[in-house]
Unconditional design. Sequence first.
Length: 347
Amino acid sequence: MSATLFESFKLNSTLTLSNKILMAPLTRCMADDELVPTQTMADYYARRADAGLIISEATIIRPDAQGYPNTPGLYTQAQIEGWKVVTAAVKEKGGKIFAQLWHTGRVAHSYFFPGGEVISASNLGLEGNLSRMRELTYQTPKAATTADISQLVEDYAIAAANAIEAGFDGVEIHGANGYLVDQFLHHSSNNRTDDYGQTPENMSRFALEVIDAISERIGSDRTAIRLSPGAYFNIEPDSRDRQVFDYLLSQLEPRNLAFIHLGIFDDSMEFDYLGGKASSYLRQHYNQTIVGVGSYTAETGSEAISNDKFDLLAIGRAFIANPDYVEKVRNGLELTEYEDGMLKELV
Ligand SMILES: Cc1cc2nc3c(=O)[nH]c(=O)nc-3n(C[C@H](O)[C@H](O)[C@H](O)COP(=O)(O)O)c2cc1C
């Protein structure tokens, strides 16, 4: 029933995946205190190397990108060396792996970078407590100046080059789930009045600058982006966001990216202003490779691919519970059910 998932897939002239199952990016907060990946992380990823492509857990591009404890980085030589161990372990098993590049923007906290400032599109803060450090409350961010924006773009490009040095096959820009890139794309977090605000062209500018700087450094064939056109996490929806994504997707079409990956937890959610599901909206506005995700099983995901809803399927929680997810699905074996308690240990 899930046979489609086991066909190979040519992403472009340089990358062919052995099957259509991606391991979704999954933050596990288990890098060491210098934010260097560990041997335990290498073993964890290597056990999942039979996915067509692994997307690494979100990996910060510089210190003020951090909003969760012990998330790995890609800006020091020690972090690059740590990732080399991970990518080598995945490659030894015949796998492929992209790094997910992350700046949390206003979801960051200066607890992680003492003396530094939290930065975002605008000075519009989140209410409440950090999700994995409940004792901390969100801070009001500083609106990035144009000089800050140029530096951020450069720092994304440097992190992408570092990812290639570390042995990754490419990068996925984390443009989803209410983090920095996404904060520019939604009206509820962007009220700028300069070249980065108010109109779809301006609100898309930062995302496009990041994409172009990275593509220039490592090639568009190795550059992908994750997007959340439907606001559902760390951000309030606004019906005007639709025009921003209409424009952004029209600009991504000719850029020959490796893929666009939807960012969502449950793809049965419908968004009024997108006219239904976020995956259907993406399909209508983008003709190239789309990775679907969000509470799919191998069966429902495979059916969605057969019905041309998207091209590749990312699996998150089931990959935490089942390191041998691909093997189990291939052989029709029963899967272990995911529970939040499993996050305490890297198995
Ligand atoms: C523990 C956990 C950590 C996650 N970390 C990330 C992350 O680092 N980057 C990201 O883009 N999404 C992250 N996600 C979202 C997943 O990539 C995925 O979109 C979500 O789990 C829905 O897929 P699923 O229903 O197959 O689990 C995370 C989800 C979970 C449960």
